[in-house]
Write a protein that binds this ligand. Structure first.
Ligand SMILES: [Cu+2]
Length: 141
C-alpha cells in the first residue's frame, strides 16, 4: 500500500514539475518584454522619424546621437487631445523624456496607453535646423 502511494506521489510529481519549469522560463503573468526601437539622431533628423506601435505596447526607445548630442522629447498627449485628462503615454521615468546627456544614449520607457499621433522633437538647440528636427509616434488601436 505504501509503495502504491509512493508511486502515485512520484508520478504526480513528474506530471507537475514540467509545467512549473515552463512557467518559470516563460512567465505569463509578468509584464511582457518591451518593444525595443532604436532611433538615431543627427543634424537635423531622427531616423526613423515615424514610429508605429500598437496600443498597449510597452515601448523602449533608445535614442543614439550620431554627431553632437541630441535628445528626444515626446508629447505625452495625442494630437488634438491636449489638456484633456490623462496622458496617452505613460512613462516609467518622466524625467527621461527630453533629457539630454552628452555621450549617453537616451532611453525612453513608456506604455503606449492611448491610440493617436504623438509628436516628438529634438530636446536640445542643436543648430539652425533644430526647429525642423522632429517626428511622430503613431499608436494604432
Ligand atoms: Cu536640436
Amino acid at each position: 500500500m505504501q509503495k502504491a502511494i509512493f508511486a502515485v506521489a512520484v508520478s504526480v510529481g513528474l506530471a507537475v514539475v514540467p509545467p512549473c519549469v515552463a512557467i518559470a522560463q516563460n512567465p505569463t503573468n509578468q509584464t511582457p518584454a518591451p518593444k525595443i526601437i532604436e532611433v538615431s539622431a543627427k543634424k537635423y533628423e531622427f531616423t526613423p522619424n515615424e514610429i508605429r506601435v500598437k496600443q498597449g505596447t510597452r515601448v523602449e526607445l533608445k535614442v543614439h546621437s550620431e554627431d553632437e548630442t541630441h535628445g528626444m522629447k515626446l508629447s505625452v498627449y495625442a494630437e488634438g487631445t491636449k489638456d484633456k485628462g490623462k496622458p496617452g503615454l505613460l512613462f516609467d521615468q518622466p524625467g527621461e523624456n527630453g533629457k539630454v546627456t552628452k555621450g549617453v544614449d537616451q532611453v525612453l520607457d513608456f506604455v503606449a496607453q492611448e491610440s493617436g499621433t504623438y509628436d516628438f522633437k529634438c530636446a536640445k538647440l542643436c543648430g539652425l535646423g533644430h526647429d525642423r528636427m522632429k517626428g511622430k509616434l503613431v499608436v494604432e488601436p
